[in-house]
Design a protein around this ligand. Structure first.
Ligand SMILES: O=C(O)CCC(=O)C(=O)O
Length: 299
């Protein structure tokens, strides 16, 4: 890694950005990441595409146009992602937006849609997929120019609706926890059918920008129909200091076993590495997350 690559955002996250994030549950930050980081992540994505990871899903089914691949926890496999999660600028952004003295790494996810892919990423909240209570945020980094018609779409203010929606899988709409077990969750409204009822934010973005949103913010993403090239994005998921290990009706996505946490305990251990504050460079070998062969992650 080039030691000159930014470990904090290229320019500071402003008070106004923080206010927007709190109020809307989403904020777009322009030009906060060195393009060298983006190049590094692209090299990681090349590896993920050359050999699909053990937790990846081809979201497009037979007969569906294009190609849509998602993956989870690529940092477990590839140093390019690992380096970005531990030593990149995202933890500083998460700490500032969530006003958290400590940030722990939860997971990373990949979203690749080839040109000609009609399939959307379903409307969802991220947090109900995970065994996490308390605050968390997601920071989505585009690795290509993304036009409005293939953008991430976010419902402003939905993190404050006080609702948790049943997680459904983008591939086929299946309920993650199974129909019988999702009684404690509400059903996601059909936002695409009633777009005018919702305050939907979307932006064209460039590599180096990011979109940060609350773990409970409702979002989805268009396909990549008019784009002439592949649309690659990496999401990074960060825990605030009040995050606690939780229990859901059945395994989450991703699901972690072997970390020894009990429901209610702080998620501040080598399995969910503390990445902020950060005095110097963080080495993956220092964390059980990347070195314990007994940690089991499923999808
Ligand atoms: O990029 C996409 O298609 C969706 C991203 C997303 O839903 C997420 O990061 O949670």
């Amino acid at each position: 890694m080039n030691p000159a690559m930014n470990k904090e955002p290229v320019h500071p996250v402003t008070e106004d950005d923080v206010r927007t994030f709190r109020r809307d549950g989403v904020v777009r930050l322009e030009g906060v990441v060195d393009l060298e980081w983006i190049e590094l992540l692209r090299r990681g994505v090349d590896k993920s595409l050359a050999q699909h990871g053990p937790l990846s899903t081809v979201q497009t089914r037979d007969g569906e146009a294009g190609f849509f691949l998602s993956d989870i926890c690529m940092a477990q496999q590839h140093e390019e992602y690992r380096e970005f999660m531990l030593n990149g600028p995202a933890p500083a952004i998460a700490a500032r937006l969530m006003d958290s003295a400590r940030i722990n790494f939860f997971a990373d996810t990949l979203w690749v849609k080839d040109s000609g892919t009609a399939k959307r990423t379903r409307w969802h909240q991220d947090q109900p997929f995970f065994w996490v209570d308390g605050h968390m945020c997601v920071i989505w980094f585009p690795l290509d120019s993304v036009a409005l018609d293939s953008a991430l779409e976010v419902v402003r203010g939905s993190h404050r609706w006080g609702k948790q929606y049943a997680p459904e899988l983008s591939k086929d709409g299946r309920e993650l926890y199974g129909a019988a077990k999702t009684a404690s969750f509400e059903r996601m409204p059909d936002i695409s059918a009633e777009r005018e009822k919702f305050d939907i934010a979307a932006w064209p973005v460039e590599p180096g920008d990011c979109i940060a949103f609350d773990g409970l913010t409702v979002h989805g993403a268009a396909g990549n129909v008019s784009g002439e090239r592949r649309r690659r994005a990496v999401s990074t998921l960060w825990l605030a200091e009040d995050a606690r290990y939780a229990e859901r009706p059945s395994p989450g996505r991703p699901h972690f076993e072997g970390h020894g946490l009990k429901p209610g305990q702080a998620m501040d251990s080598g399995y969910f590495p503390r990445v902020w504050p950060r005095a110097g460079r963080l080495e993956p070998q220092g964390y059980a997350r990347f070195s314990d062969p007994d940690l089991r992650i499923t999808n």
